[in-house]
Design a protein around this ligand. Sequence first.
Ligand code: SF4
Length: 154
Amino acid sequence: MILVSACLIGENCKYDGGNNYCEAVIDYLSDKPYISICPEVCGGLRTPRTPSEIINGAVIDKYGNDKSAAFASGAEEAALICDSLNIKLAILKEYSPSCGVSYIYDGSYNGRKISGSGITAALLRRQGVTVWSEKDVVRNSSPKTLAGIQQMSR
Ligand code: SF4
């Protein structure tokens, strides 16, 4: 069983009401059992919602409100799901303050990215779950999948 960010498989749970549909993730999951989650929605945030970024370890929305508790709650929900279903791999959306695997926005709301992890990705990693971003999926996909992705991007 694999845990996946809900927005990567097309659920409209992104802060702006859209999604981050990723063909490579869909292809990768096509023959595997998986469960999707949006940690921010699980943490009680509405869609659409004000975007948030991580500043000095706290999650602060664009208007300066501290949303750390909601993000922590969503992360704990994801961790509970992984624990109860013995999930060892999570595929999460890069750059998100919840799901970002290797990079997040720097907290300035200027679109700059820095090394770091979102709240959920960090918690799952501490729990022993392997965490991939959608870019890792492409790197780890079969040649057949990669050929398909390259074909689509032409
Ligand atoms: S919290 Fe994760 S699953 Fe939810 S919209 Fe953001 S990146 Fe996608």
